[in-house]
Design a protein around this ligand. Structure first.
Ligand code: TXA
Ligand code: MG
Length: 349
């Protein structure tokens, strides 16, 4: 590994976020010195840095190898912190904060002049979320700073859902990591734009469109999410993401059709991996078959997805074929991430 020494602080994932823990205080002091520290949230691990410091934010971009035009989400532990970071809080945004915070919902708000300019990549809006994880909240309180935090993976790779994933990608590149065990949702937060007249989903995630509509009525979806020709409003959405080393192809068809593709490729000498579900795992013959949750509960698929994509990287498969899922509910987020992992390659039966 390169560069600097990466500290690991072990913390129980169920700490009381109102209490003070020496490991958390050490990590917070590191953040106050404008170093960057990875920490668990209820979605994925984040790579945190002082959102008010250009120097700290530059370290985040450089550790991840992240393109500078992709803005960061600012994490806060309380509402007063939000008010300091935006020009005003639109009514719809206020309703969403009350309903879903702390939780896996990022809200794009007008303003953002008080954060370091590299956080927003020159946009006149700022994305903010209050994470629902006791370790994240304890760290935010101890640091007493808003923390800019993208997912703590190398740019392009699947987001980390365990400290081991973070260490694999970023050891030697960051000052430390607070290891609080596995994350919860397993996919990143839903990003909604509340800076204009309508509420628009820019990135699907743990909070579904249906849940948002119960609180604010009709919600739009950025057309770029389903049409590659459109320019996405969320700059990060355009980049390759979540991709294992071996190319992934989605198969829109039955397990037996997927098997026929696998058989053909193996006959041509390729080592093949299959991303399956608990229902179908036993039916596949391939070099590596990994179950990714159960179709009976798409949340279990979301939970497992990034770990499964990373497991394929530990095998020597040449190609990966994956089952597909419905776009309903959490399925929208699962299919969004899988399609990106597959660079939109789909074979239809
Ligand atoms: O669950 C999550 O959201 C995790 C955890 C660590 O909180 N974070 C995360 O960050 O996924 P990241 O950087 O991997 O994704 C942030 C997304 C990107 O697609 C980025 O373009 C978008 O949010 N974004 C950030 N600021 C924005 C803004 N002002 N307007 C539109 N999109 C923005
Ligand atoms: Mg990310």
């Amino acid at each position: 590994m390169e560069g600097i020494h990466t500290n690991v602080w072990y913390v129980d994932g169920n700490v009381d976020s109102e209490k003070v823990y020496p490991q958390v205080v050490e990590a917070a002091e590191c953040l106050q010195r404008n170093e960057v520290v990875a920490f668990p949230t209820e979605t994925v691990y984040g790579l945190g840095g002082n959102a008010l410091s250009e120097e700290a934010v530059a370290k985040i971009f450089s550790a991840k190898g992240r393109p500078a035009d992709n803005p960061l989400i600012v994490h806060v532990a309380s509402r007063p912190h939000v008010e300091k970071l935006v020009s005003h809080i639109p009514k719809q945004a206020d309703k969403l904060m009350n309903a879903f915070w702390p939780g896996p919902l990022t809200i794009v708000l007008p303003g953002g002049k008080s954060v370091a300019s590299n956080v927003t990549a020159g946009l006149d809006t700022v994305a903010i979320r209050m994470p629902d994880h006791p370790v994240a909240l304890a760290l935010l309180k101890a640091a007493n700073l808003p923390l800019a935090a993208p997912s703590a993976n190398l740019s392009g790779k699947p987001s980390p859902t365990t400290a081991k994933h973070v260490i694999h990608d970023l050891s030697g590149r960051i000052a430390g990591i607070v290891d609080g065990g596995s994350t919860g949702v397993g996919l990143e937060s839903t990003v909604v734009d509340c800076s204009g007249d309508h509420v628009t989903i820019l990135r699907p995630g743990g909070v579904t469109k249906e849940q948002l509509e119960e609180v604010v009525g009709e919600v739009n979806v950025d057309p770029a999410l389903s049409d590659e020709g459109q320019k996405p409003k969320s700059p990060g959405v355009k980049y390759t993401h979540y991709a294992p080393t071996a190319p992934v192809t989605l198969v829109d068809g039955s397990p037996s059709y997927l098997q026929s593709i696998v058989d053909k490729r193996r006959a041509e000498g390729k080592k093949i991996g299959v991303l399956a579900t608990e229902e179908s795992t036993a039916t596949y013959r391939a070099d590596v078959v990994i179950p990714c949750g159960t179709r009976a509960d798409l949340i279990s698929v979301a939970n497992r997805l990034y770990d499964v994509l990373r497991q394929f990287d530990e095998s020597d498969v040449d190609e990966i074929y994956s089952e597909m899922f419905t776009h309903e509910g959490v399925g929208a987020a699962v299919m969004n991430r899988l399609s990106k992992a597959a660079s939109n390659r789909v074979i239809k039966e």
